[in-house]
Design a protein around this ligand. Structure first.
Ligand code: ADP
Ligand code: MG
Length: 254
């Protein structure tokens, strides 16, 4: 599907929120909210194409309990990105419910939906979507500031954990793909979401770098009790998560 224009979405108020890191080596931030439980209930979604309607999702039932990490797998074109965008509130289902902590997000008005995108979900896409004119530190703080969750100390800790401290004054074009992706992950974590929705976040990294980046994301989200729904093509990466589900012919097959 056409990826949403990430920057426009953020500027329209669609940024991230919320994550709690209770302990271990993280002094900050405070735990402001519960990690998110996501329940997708009998969701359908079709697209109109020049060849006629395409039924992409034909009745999806999927629950990610708070703190769980779930890998969403399936062939190219099976609807993984579509499902993630519905969960993120970037697109609406034709029928069924997307419940976040017990609230049906399709029933939220535009303002509450913007808050949902801003405070509760954090998105990591394969395209890094960094702002070219901002340096690393400013890219990371950008979403957190929009979400009213900027915390300099927390940001510094994240940058250290992700090996970005020495790169803070560089611009995106001065970074490797793996470094850019770590900035994108730091940016999401900095705004403290209750759930991370990640769409093939390591898909354009080499295997070793991709594995290292995913391990970091898992460590950080697990230590936070933060829920994670991760789209991946890779069985090897999927096996690192708590559970794997397969999307096939518009339904969850496992
Ligand atoms: P995946 O992420 O699993 O590769 P997608 O969710 O991107 O799959 O796409 C699922 C199907 O929906 C594909 O057949 C794709 O062509 C179609 N599709 C996605 N977005 C649109 C759109 N905006 N308009 C028409 N068809 C779309
Ligand atoms: Mg996709």
């Amino acid at each position: 599907m056409t990826p949403p224009n990430f920057l426009n979405a953020i500027l329209a108020g669609r940024s991230n929120g919320y994550l709690c890191f209770p302990g271990i080596s993280f002094a900050k931030p405070k735990c402001d909210a519960d990690s998110m439980q996501l329940s997708i209930e009998n969701v359908t979604k079709s697209y109109t194409t020049p060849e006629g309607p395409v039924e992409v999702l034909r009745g999806i039932d999927l629950t990610v309990i708070a703190g769980e990490s779930v890998a969403l797998t399936g062939e190219s074109g099976s609807g993984k990105s579509t499902l993630l965008h519905l969960a993120a509130g970037l697109d609406a289902a034709d029928s069924g419910k997307v419940m976040a902590n017990g609230r049906d997000i399709s029933r939220l008005d535009e303002g509450d939906l913007a808050q949902y995108r801003r405070k509760e979900v954090g998105l990591v896409f394969q395209q890094f979507n960094l702002v070219p004119s901002l340096d690393v530190a400013a890219n990371i703080s950008f979403h957190a500031k929009l979400a009213d969750r900027h915390d300099a100390r927390w940001q510094a800790e994240l940058m250290e954990k992700l090996g970005l401290s020495a790169l803070s004054r560089r611009y995106p074009e001065q970074l490797s793909g793996g470094q850019q992706q770590r900035v994108a992950i730091a940016r999401t974590l900095a705004a403290r979401p209750g759930m991370i929705l990640a769409d093939e976040p390591t898909g354009n990294l080499d295997e070793a770098t991709g594995d290292a980046v995913l391990d970091l994301m898992l460590t950080l989200s697990r230590s936070a009790g933060c829920s994670l729904l991760l789209v991946t093509h890779s069985e090897r990466l999927a096996a690192k998560l708590d559970r794997k589900v397969l999307l096939r012919q518009g339904r969850i097959a496992t």
